[in-house]
Design a protein. Structure first.
Length: 104
């Protein structure tokens, strides 16, 4: 939260909220400052425990890497973290939002 209290961070939040009104990218990862101030440690732990799971994550690999090697390393490293929900639960499909034309 404190990292976002600077002027450039606040401007960045406002720009993202203005330019991407229908996209989740407009929302800061940990939520808006006023929302974070209302939460206690238990609330934050619950949120992180529920949403920061392998089935909500994306791993990006760049450079000269063999896909099978990357898959093996990812499984070895991230496979230790339990998925949210049941072990067989799969992420649901994402709704692809479309920005309105002529916003700017």
């Amino acid at each position: 939260m404190a990292q976002r209290d600077g002027p450039s961070s606040l401007v960045d939040e406002e720009v993202n909220a203005t330019l991407r009104p229908n996209q989740p990218y407009r929302i800061p990862v940990n939520g808006w400052t006023q929302e974070m101030k209302k939460q206690n440690g238990t609330d934050r732990f619950t949120m992180c425990n529920e949403y920061r799971r392998p089935n909500n994550a994306v791993l990006v690999v760049a450079g000269d890497a063999e896909p099978e090697t990357v898959k093996a390393l990812a499984a070895k490293t991230y496979g230790k973290v339990a998925r949210a929900g049941s072990a067989t639960a799969q992420p649901t499909g994402r709704a692809r939002l479309v920005e309105p034309l002529g916003v700017l």
